[in-house]
Design a protein around this ligand. Structure first.
Ligand code: THU
Length: 127
């Protein structure tokens, strides 16, 4: 059973650990694996801006490096009043591991919408 509120709570906890001294835009993500594990992540910025990492990829890379590469759901939250959607690079990384993952985009005040990676990344690149 997918507990959306719990996944969002984990994303909010991760948002508290964001390292975003340049943009001041904190993001947290929580990833539910098919085996029921949850990996969270925050954005981690760098003085060399291109070396920064998004919250979603932090969570995915943590999971994959721990042996979990099959995913069921991902929740994303920032401090913004608007829904936060994954960037293009993160969509491609999500697609690499899951073609049927639910993505819960949230607002800071707790509203959420459910989307699917197939909808967010149509005609994805693959080899
Ligand atoms: N960011 C994320 O972590 N995830 C998103 O979905 C959108 C953008 C980060 C990257 C950067 O650290 C900051 O938000 C501003 O772009």
């Amino acid at each position: 059973m997918l507990d959306v509120d719990m996944l969002i709570t984990k994303a909010k906890e991760a948002r508290e650990r964001a390292y975003a001294p340049y943009s001041h835009f904190r993001v947290g993500a929580a990833l539910l694996t098919q085996s029921g594990h949850i990996y969270s992540g925050c954005n981690i910025e760098n003085a060399v801006y291109g070396a920064s990492n998004c919250a979603e990829r932090t969570a995915i890379f943590k999971a994959v490096s721990e042996g979990h590469s099959s995913f069921r759901a991902l929740a994303i939250v920032s401090d913004d009043e608007d829904y936060v959607f994954p960037c293009g690079i993160c969509r491609q990384v999500i697609w690499e591991f899951s073609h049927d993952i639910d993505i819960f985009v949230c607002t800071a005040d707790g509203s959420w919408q459910r989307h699917n990676i197939k909808e967010l990344l149509p005609h994805a690149f693959h080899i």
